[in-house]
Design a protein around this ligand. Structure first.
Ligand SMILES: O=P(O)(O)OC[C@H]1O[C@H](O[C@H]2O[C@H](CO)[C@@H](O)[C@H](O)[C@H]2O)[C@H](O)[C@@H](O)[C@@H]1O
Length: 387
């Protein structure tokens, strides 16, 4: 089902230089749990909130909120090719040297499939910045028909799931394919087919339900109790940011995104302050940073990495003969890259046109290379099946 064609939103790039992704941010203020952090017995995390949340605007600056906001998307440097100059720029040299460590998944295609021969591949795809280009208006982040066809084709041969920070309904609206699985809101909203042997069915928060086509599915929503709180926070943020030109607040059901992409940089402290003001009354919510977006989500031990583990289990893919490949562009995708690396299973592929610290194994520059990679997988599978 082809839903949308590409619209004319200006395409943006958000380079984040190596070692600057958490610029000036003391580790105690990092939004993500460092590896090895002790979790409480359930899904809940204990976060030292007093250290994380500043009290005044000055504290917002001092604590690194603003540094993190800036470094999540510094402005794109002008490339020499934009200037019509025919030599390799410093940025390109830096990229090439970084790519020695994280080689292109296209140039390394043979190597990737040589490890997958005789095994089953499973694909996990992030949405924004991976399947769709980054654009100014989050409501218009449509994927191209060509990309939709590529995803549809790849899903014919390999189990495929979209793992997005968006609400599941929204990402389904954008992708519009019925033969892929969906995990919305950073994995806090997963739907999948019911299997007889399902061990995850015993998971708390996993219920049986029916989808829009009337098919029996399981629904996994580990943060369901937070819906009223998220709704309340969403309304407060709409109210508090209404005078900041360009600020947008997006309700993703289990989390809220506060976008500052179209806010004048002079007003970024005001955005940070608004979020801080609201968040200080909700100790069970925490903050993370995305591409020109502040994300507010429940303090639970759940992320895209956990979602990938859950999907592998629920789709009966949690076995040594399955090679999972996760493709994503954002900090939240790092949790999934880490899981694959730690399990020594499959590959993370980072989508980035600039060097970045990552736990991925391979890289692709942008969504057009992602599409190229997906097409190569289909060609490989077809040729392997040919007599
Ligand atoms: O996990 P993802 O599928 O990558 O979702 C992460 C966030 O993506 C969206 O915001 C980002 O893309 C927008 C459209 O290109 C862009 O305008 C914005 O600046 C980016 O941060 C989405 O709107 C957020 O809710 C997601 O959390």
């Amino acid at each position: 089902m082809d839903l949308k064609s590409n619209h004319n939103s200006p395409v943006l790039t958000d380079p984040v230089p190596v070692n600057k992704s958490r610029l000036g941010m003391p580790s105690s203020l990092m939004p993500y749990s460092p590896p090895g952090q002790a979790f409480s017995s359930g899904l809940y995390l204990t976060i030292p909130r007093r250290k994380v949340i500043p009290g005044k605007l000055d504290d917002v600056r001092a604590s690194g909120w603003l540094d993190a906001m800036k470094s999540s998307s510094p402005p794109r440097k002008k490339l020499n090719k934009d200037l019509g100059i025919d030599f390799v720029s410093e940025e390109e040299l830096a990229y090439r040297s970084w790519a020695l460590k994280y080689p292109s998944a296209i140039s390394s295609f043979e190597q990737i499939i040589s490890h997958a021969t005789g095994k089953r591949l499973a694909l996990f795809l992030d949405y924004d910045g991976t399947l769709a280009k980054i654009v100014v208006d989050p409501e218009r982040a449509f994927m191209s028909n060509a990309m939709r066809t590529a995803v549809r084709n790849v899903a014919k041969y390999f189990p495929t799931a979209i793992v997005s920070g968006r609400s599941r309904d929204k990402v389904y609206e954008f992708v519009g394919l019925t033969d892929v699985h969906y995990a919305g809101c950073h994995g806090m909203d997963i739907v999948g087919p019911v299997r007889e042997s399902m061990t995850v069915a015993n998971h708390p928060n996993c219920i049986r339900s029916t989808d829009k086509q009337g098919k029996e599915v399981f629904l996994f929503q580990p943060a369901s109790e937070f819906i009223p709180m998220i709704d309340e926070v969403f309304r407060s943020l709409i109210e508090n940011t209404k005078d900041i030109e360009g600020a947008r607040v997006e309700n993703n059901k289990f989390c809220v995104s506060v976008h500052y992409r179209t806010v004048d940089e002079k007003s970024w402290p005001a955005v940070a302050q608004c979020v801080h003001e609201v968040l200080k009354d909700y100790p069970r919510l925490r903050l993370s940073y995305g591409r020109k977006v502040l994300e507010i989500r429940p303090v639970i031990n759940w992320n895209k990495g956990k979602a990938v583990e859950f999907l592998l289990e629920s789709l009966e893919l949690d076995s040594d003969d399955v090679v999972p490949i996760y493709i994503g562009d954002d900090k939240t995708d790092e949790d999934a890259f880490k899981v694959l690396r730690e399990k020594n299973r499959g590959y993370g592929i980072l989508v980035s046109s600039v060097p970045k610290e990552t736990s991925a194994f391979y890289s692709l520059r942008d969504p057009s290379e992602v599409m190229e990679f997906l097409k190569s997988l289909v060609r490989w599978k077809k040729s392997a099946a040919a007599p």
